[in-house]
Write a new protein. Structure first.
Length: 124
């Protein structure tokens, strides 16, 4: 349990670091609400991902996320925001909820590191 709490804090720190380095803002409590096109894309993708998570299809949601990343421009703001919001949402789930969806904190960590690599953020 303590290890999971530690990993959860590490996931949160990596999410915040990526949001500041890539997006130049902290999105730890990000809820797109503006009429900006990028925010609207983020909100739409986040709703689709949230619906899959709620149905216990976390792996399918992650696949959809990475498909979206592949389809977007490399520096797409909405793709980065969507990815970070997705992993922060997963990190907020209890371990039993993650397990029911066939996922773990370690997979969240791996996914965030893949996002880091996609957007060329060097390890610190």
């Amino acid at each position: 349990m303590l290890a999971d709490n530690y990993l959860g804090r590490q996931i949160e720190a990596l999410s915040r670091m990526l949001s500041v380095l890539v997006l130049k803002k902290d999105i730890s409590a990000y809820f797109p609400a503006s009429s900006d096109a990028e925010d609207q894309k983020t909100a739409a993708l986040s709703r689709r991902l949230d619906a899959l998570i709620a149905d216990g299809n976390i792996g399918k949601a992650e696949d959809m996320l990475f498909e979206s990343l592949e389809e977007s421009a490399p520096a797409s703001t909405y793709a980065v925001q969507s990815a970070l919001v997705f992993y922060m949402h997963l990190n907020s789930l209890r371990d039993d909820e993650l397990e029911a969806g066939g996922f773990s904190k370690e997979e969240i960590w791996d996914g965030l590191n893949e996002i880091k690599d996609i957007f060329g953020v060097e390890a610190m």
